[in-house]
Design a protein around this ligand. Structure first.
Ligand SMILES: [Zn+2]
Length: 197
């Protein structure tokens, strides 16, 4: 088999040839390289039918072993290690993906796309293992980050709302109150008073 020159364009090992193989899901490149996506922490075979990643977030490895030692997890869809990923690990992967991307417009569909499963299957598996739905986990992550900002910064409520991925401030306030029992402003006041007193 021809050895692909890992000529570096930038420092991610991604040549134009390899990028084309990823975009075309070219199975003839399977076994010749593995690509990983920084934003999801997942590595794939070139032929994977997952969404085409942002080119800037792609890293290329010669083998799946290298990708795993660099901290990436194997994709559940294309299974670059040749084994089925246990659901426990998949859910850990989904949670990590939420932890990294909670500040983006993250819906179940977007998440399913990033984590390489159908929305329905992802929702069910996540709920069975975590005891809460992916959407609930996203909300919980956003509220807990918002609590950090409210108690440790002077950012305005609207700023905090958009920083945690909820640019619609009234919606953020409603969600925050539902989860904590207080509006963000009250929560901040109570906590600051508590700290002073
Ligand atoms: Zn894949």
């Amino acid at each position: 088999m021809e050895v692909i020159g890992m000529k570096k364009s930038g420092d991610n090992g991604l040549t134009e040839e390899l990028w084309e193989a990823i975009v075309r899901n070219d199975a003839s490149y399977d076994g010749r390289f593995i690509y990983a996506v920084e934003t999801t922490g997942i590595c794939c075979r070139p032929s994977c039918k997952s969404r085409v990643p942002n080119k800037n977030n792609v890293r290329v490895f010669r083998s799946v072993g290298e990708a795993l030692s660099a901290g990436f997890r194997p994709c559940k869809r294309c299974k670059p290690t040749g084994e089925k990923l246990p659901d426990q690990e998949w859910v850990a992967q989904i949670s990590a993906c939420i932890d990294r991307n909670y500040n983006e417009a993250l819906t179940l569909d977007v998440l399913a796309d990033m984590c390489h499963g159908s929305p329905y299957h992802l929702h069910r598996t996540f709920k069975r293992i975590k005891g809460m739905t992916p959407v609930e986990y996203i909300q919980q992550t956003r509220v807990s980050r918002a609590i950090d900002y409210l108690t440790r910064s002077n950012k305005s409520v609207a700023d905090i709302a958009s920083t945690v991925g909820l640019p619609n401030t009234p919606y953020f306030i409603t969600l925050f109150k539902k989860k904590t029992g207080h509006t963000p402003a009250d929560f901040r006041r109570i906590n600051r008073n508590g700290m002073e007193g």
